[in-house]
Design a binder for this molecule. Structure first.
Ligand SMILES: [Zn+2]
Ligand SMILES: [Zn+2]
Length: 124
């Protein structure tokens, strides 16, 4: 299994599903825009199946929770996932029907919880 999105999905990919480790939702592997889905559109959790360093299959199988948002050069968003079992980080492209509330919460979190007092700006 690889991370690359194939332009012509096979019939198996069209009908393939996986069950979300976190919320139990049965998820279609193919997103509405024909891209491969590797995380749950409802709670955005994923499963650790790809070894990011070796680019091969990972035996871990741990739950990966969304950590933050990364803006790609293509203008799309990607989710930074962290495996709760082994701590490995990975980048997954956001699908058009991903939970936008969770995406926005992840995106504004660094601004909502700054590591320094915001009052300093009023003194400038
Ligand atoms: Zn889920
Ligand atoms: Zn892992």
């Amino acid at each position: 299994m690889s991370d690359t999105t194939s332009p012509t999905p096979s019939p198996a990919q069209r009908t393939g599903t996986f069950t979300c480790l976190a919320c139990g939702l049965v998820v279609a592997e193919l997103a509405p825009d024909d891209s491969r889905r590797n995380h749950c559109p409802s709670c955005l959790c994923s499963r650790h199946t790809v070894d990011q360093r070796e680019r091969g299959h990972s035996e871990c199988g741990g739950r990966m929770t969304p950590l933050s948002i990364a803006a790609l050069r293509t203008g799309r968003w990607a989710l930074v996932h962290r495996c709760v079992r082994c701590g490995e980080l990975s980048l997954h492209q956001v699908s058009t029907d991903d939970n936008q509330l969770i995406l926005m919460r992840l995106a504004v979190r660094p601004l909502a919880e700054p590591p320094f007092p915001l009052e300093v700006f009023s003194e400038l």
